[in-house]
Design a binder for this molecule. Structure first.
Ligand SMILES: CC(C)(COP(=O)(O)OP(=O)(O)OC[C@H]1O[C@@H](n2cnc3c(N)ncnc32)[C@H](O)[C@@H]1OP(=O)(O)O)[C@@H](O)C(=O)NCCC(=O)NCCS
Length: 297
């Protein structure tokens, strides 16, 4: 670590510099810039060298009722890269969210970099990659992606123990069980099927597409995976143009207060994705091949 770099929370006067870093990386149309409201609604850190902001990263709690935090918005000024600034920003966020009661942290590292730098940083920090979110964020890197929204990977880290389905039974067909096994053998091994869920299967949770200026992002749906009717519900979405794209272990909560698992599906009907712009680490190559076969160009 460069000793001239220090870390602190950002203030409103840092925003133009932080947003310049995002625009320089992702293009002038980058629509997800940091606003003053974001400074109060989440946890953020900046890295400062010689009085200049040279990096930023955030953590938010999307639903205050659940102990799941989301890491995002990480950026380091190119001349300062590879000096462990991202690593330090990630350690600081882990300390902060742990103090705020986090049990799980999710993150969605970008796929547009051939170096896969962000994915590798997250894996180095204990995250387990569990899927790909094809064409989620519009208006990013148009010189590379054109109208195609940026794809992300999906990864989580449990702060207490390993990522696991804790013995819950997964009602998935053999094709998805095989994909889960190829994605995370340890997660697949933890689904020993001995635990039954209380109550009825919760309704699938829909995620609306992000709206862009040139194209819209993909729509997603999370289908509960631990009930006998789960595989039929997934098959019905598949018949309607959806494709399984990620596993979300333990991120659902039943009315009885019991954790459950989801399979996330992307609505791929009418969208062909150019997967040559979707760079993933070796962990997610089987998932990329699975998706490319079903919604690739
Ligand atoms: C991703 C990014 C934040 C990394 O910042 P950084 O300060 O250079 O990263 P660090 O020096 O802390 O490296 C941490 C780990 O990330 C990985 N990494 C970083 N840069 C890498 C590269 N060019 N190639 C491969 N792995 C890389 C390595 O695993 C590294 O650990 P190591 O040094 O022990 O090998 C920076 O490259 C960046 O801003 N990229 C553009 C924006 C972006 O992708 N943001 C993340 C959005 S999800």
């Amino acid at each position: 670590m460069d000793l001239s770099v220090s870390f602190r929370h950002p203030n409103a006067t840092d925003l133009p510099k932080i947003n310049r870093l995002y625009r320089r990386e992702y293009g002038d149309a980058y629509p997800y810039q940091l606003r003053e409201d974001d400074l109060v609604s989440g946890i953020a850190f900046v890295a400062v060298a010689h009085g200049e902001v040279v990096g930023c990263a955030r953590a938010i709690r999307p639903n205050p009722a659940t102990p799941v935090f989301l890491f995002g918005g990480m950026i380091v000024d190119p001349p300062h890269r590879r000096h462990h600034i991202a690593k330090a920003l990630t350690d600081l966020r882990f300390d902060a969210v742990t103090r705020a009661g986090a049990r799980v942290v999710a993150t969605e590292p970008v796929c547009c970099q051939p170096s896969r730098a962000s994915q590798r940083n997250m894996i180095g920090n204990g995250f387990v990659p569990l899927g790909i979110l094809p064409a989620k964020y519009p208006d990013i890197k148009p010189e590379t992606l054109g109208d195609q929204p940026e794809s992300l990977t999906f990864a989580i880290r449990w702060l207490a123990g390993d990522v696991s389905v804790e013995g819950r039974q997964l009602h998935l067909d053999d094709r998805l069980l095989h994909l889960l096994h190829e994605t995370s053998a340890s997660l697949s091994a933890s689904a020993d099927g001995s635990r039954r869920m209380c109550g009825l299967m919760p309704a699938p949770e829909h995620h609306e597409p992000m709206r862009g200026t040139r194209a819209d992002g993909s729509a997603f749906v999370d289908v509960p995976a631990n009930w006998p009717e789960s595989s039929a519900a997934i098959a019905e979405f598949e018949r309607n143009g959806y494709v399984a794209c990620a596993f979300l272990p333990g991120l659902g909560l039943t009315d009885c207060g019991e954790r459950h698992d989801f399979v996330r599906l992307v609505h791929a009907r009418g969208r062909r994705v150019r997967f040559e712009h979707v760079h993933v680490t070796e962990h997610l190559v089987p998932f990329k091949e699975y998706l490319a076969e079903r919604c690739g160009e």
